[in-house]
Ligand binder design. Structure first.
Ligand SMILES: [Mn+2]
Length: 309
C-alpha cells in the first residue's frame, strides 16, 4: 500500500508542498508514496494555488479519512489537525518544525523535527543527506513554502538554516529573484478584488473593551496600499456602519507588509485620543504609522494605554 503523505487541516503552502516533497523523496528511496492534502483542490488557498501553478506542480489528492491507510505527516503532529481516524491509522513518518503533538505509534518510525522556520527547510536537509536530487518543480514549491512561513525572512521564527535552504533551492528551482516570488504570493494571499467592503473589514477584526468603551480594530495585510485604493471609500462606509452600532472607535489597519508600516484608518468619538495613542496626526481619517505590523503587540497595547486601561 502506498504511503499517503499529508499536512495539517486547512493547509498552508508548507503543508501542501512538503507533502509533495516528502512523497518525492520516499519514492526516490524506493517506497511508494503519494502527496495528499486535507481539502478539495477547489478550496485550496489562493497563495498555494499560485505556487502550484507557477512551478507546474499537481495539487495533492484529497485525503480526509486515514482509516486503513499508511500515513506520513508533514508540518504537524497533532491529532486534532489530522484527517479522521488518524489515531488508528498506520503512521510511518513525521517531518515537522512545530512542537511535538499528541500522535503516538506502535512501531519505530522516521521522526524528524527541527526548530526551524519551515518544514521545507528540514526536507531540503533530508534530500541532501539521502543524496537525492530535488526535482526543479518540487524545489520551487519548497522555496515558496520557506518564503511564506518565514514571511520573507522577517518572522522571528526564521533561522540561518532557512536562509541557507532558500539559497540551495532557488538555484535548483531556477528562481533568481525571491523578492518577486514572495510578492506574487503575497498579492495572491491579500487579493481584495470582488470581496465586499464589509467582508474585508471583518476578514480579521476584533472588538475590545477599553475602560468601558467598545473599540473595534480590523487589519488587512497588503503587498501595497494600492490594492485597496478603489475600495477605500466603501471600507470607511462599512466602518461607519459598525461604529454606529455602539462603538467609541473603529480602526482599520491597512498594513503594508513590504514597507513595514500601517495606514491606520480611524473613525472615533475622540480622534485626538487615537492620535495621542500612536503619537501621530490624522490627515482626513487616516495616518501612516511606520513599523506598525501587529495588532496584538502594537496597536492594542497603545490604545489601552491611551484609554487608561
Ligand atoms: Mn510550516
Amino acid at each position: 500500500m502506498a504511503i499517503s503523505v499529508v499536512g495539517h487541516a486547512n493547509p498552508d503552502t508548507d503543508s501542501v508542498t512538503s507533502a509533495i516533497a516528502l512523497a518525492t523523496l520516499l519514492n526516490a528511496q524506493g517506497m511508494e508514496a503519494k502527496a495528499c492534502m486535507q481539502i478539495g483542490a477547489a478550496d485550496l488557498n489562493p497563495e498555494s494555488k499560485t505556487v502550484l501553478k507557477r512551478f507546474g506542480l499537481a495539487a495533492p489528492e484529497q485525503l480526509m479519512d486515514a482509516a486503513g491507510k499508511k500515513i506520513a505527516l508533514v508540518d504537524f503532529s497533532d491529532l486534532a489537525q489530522g484527517p479522521a481516524n488518524l489515531a488508528s491509522a498506520e503512521l510511518v513518518a513525521i517531518v515537522d518544525h512545530h512542537k511535538i503533538g499528541d500522535v503516538t505509534t506502535n512501531n519505530p518510525i522516521l521522526f524528524r523535527a527541527e526548530p526551524v522556520g519551515c518544514t521545507g527547510t528540514v526536507l531540503n536537509k533530508m534530500f541532501k543527506e539521502a543524496g537525492v536530487a530535488i526535482p526543479k518543480d518540487v524545489a520551487g514549491g519548497m522555496l515558496a513554502a520557506i518564503l511564506s512561513d518565514t514571511v520573507n525572512f522577517k518572522s522571528p521564527t526564521c533561522t540561518e538554516d532557512d536562509k541557507a535552504a532558500v539559497k540551495d533551492l532557488k538555484s535548483v528551482a531556477g528562481v533568481t529573484d525571491t523578492e518577486e516570488l514572495f510578492m506574487e504570493m503575497l498579492k495572491a494571499k491579500s487579493a481584495v478584488d470582488g470581496v465586499p467592503a464589509k467582508d474585508l473589514l471583518f476578514r480579521d477584526y476584533k472588538d475590545f473593551d477599553m475602560k468601558g468603551q467598545k473599540v473595534g480594530v480590523g487589519q488587512l495585510e497588503l503587498a501595497t496600499l494600492d490594492q485597496v485604493a478603489n475600495v477605500r471609500q466603501a471600507l470607511v462606509e462599512a466602518m461607519e456602519a459598525v461604529k454606529k452600532d455602539g462603538r467609541h472607535s473603529v480602526l482599520l489597519m491597512l498594513t503594508d507588509v513590504v514597507k513595514e508600516g500601517t495606514e491606520l484608518v480611524v473613525l472615533s468619538d475622540d480622534p485626538a485620543l487615537i492620535e495621542k495613542a500612536f503619537d501621530g496626526k490624522l490627515s482626513g481619517n487616516s495616518m501612516w504609522i511606520p513599523g506598525m505590523m501587529s495588532r496584538k503587540k502594537q496597536t492594542v497595547p497603545n490604545l489601552q494605554k491611551a484609554f487608561g486601561c
